[in-house]
Write a protein that binds this ligand. Structure first.
Ligand code: BTN
Length: 254
């Protein structure tokens, strides 16, 4: 019923009315040996998960809450590349389906006019040093009105309906995003990260700017120089020391 036009993504589809988290279900399916491209979609998440242990607001019938199971043969340190690949796919898919242009804030926040419209959570299912699966969770705010968001989110979150002025067909947006992602993913497996990296840099708003990166343990201020071939952020502090940032929240100060 989703009308997908992809070959691999969505070979197996689990479509649910309400779940705790599509990530949680995808983890279980991956553990049970799900095929690559299996997707889990739900109309609502009661306990949607965000990055860094946060909750993800996932009300019924208004957004796209989806997890995709990938089984790439890559080293664990290459996994951030897939996060960036997902971000690029979302931006391109949204642009194709709606004409709305989004920005990417490292590593994978998708913004419109500085407000977050999509969040991406990439999780590994790994055994010792081998990746069994990568679960890419995408949460897209599509048809929420401003008053649907809890008060604390209203200043920082938005939806495609708020920005575009009317509601959108969610299935069409999901189709477009999955199509972009499938094409980019197979190109990535065959030819490597360079194309994704260039595309990502063309959508990124944080590069070249003064930013503050808050990691779990400290915070570093400086200039975002770019990303490495692994997808790691390079941040130069005022002393000229370059830090490699693997995971952080970014605030753009300029
Ligand atoms: C973020 O914090 O920005 C990431 C949010 C990721 C939300 C998506 S919605 C589908 C999938 N299931 C979850 O529980 N989380 C991800």
């Amino acid at each position: 019923q989703l009308g997908l036009n992809t070959k691999f993504f969505g070979r197996e589809i689990y479509y649910e009315e309400s779940v705790d988290s599509t990530q949680k279900i995808a983890h279980r399916l991956a553990y049970e040996g799900a095929v690559e491209g299996t997707i889990v979609v739900s109309e609502e998440q009661r306990m949607g998960r965000g990055r860094l242990g946060r909750a993800w607001f996932s009300p019924i019938y208004t957004g796209i809450w989806v997890s995709i199971i990938l089984k790439p043969e890559i080293a664990p340190q290459q996994a951030p590349q897939l996060t960036l690949l997902a971000a690029v796919s979302v931006v391109r898919g949204i642009q194709k389906a709606t004409g709305i242009r989004c920005d990417i804030k490292w590593p994978n926040d998708i913004l419109i006019n500085g407000k977050k419209v999509v969040g991406i959570l990439t999780e590994l299912v790994a055994e010792s040093d081998r990746i069994n699966a990568v679960i890419v969770g995408i949460g897209m705010n599509v048809n929420q009105e401003r008053e649907h968001f809890p008060e604390d989110l209203q200043a920082i979150a938005t939806s495609l309906a708020i920005e575009g002025g009317h509601k959108w067909n969610r299935a069409a947006i999901l189709q477009a995003v999955l199509k972009e992602m499938e094409d980019l993913y197979f190109d990535y497996l065959k030819n490597g990260f360079q194309v994704v990296k260039l595309l990502w840099e063309s959508y990124a708003v944080s590069i070249g700017k003064q930013i503050k990166a808050r990691t779990l343990t400290n915070s570093i201020t400086g200039k975002a120089l770019g990303i490495t071939d692994e997808g790691v952020l390079l941040l130069e502090d005022e002393k000229g020391t370059v830090h490699r940032i693997y995971s952080a929240d970014i605030e753009i100060n300029e």
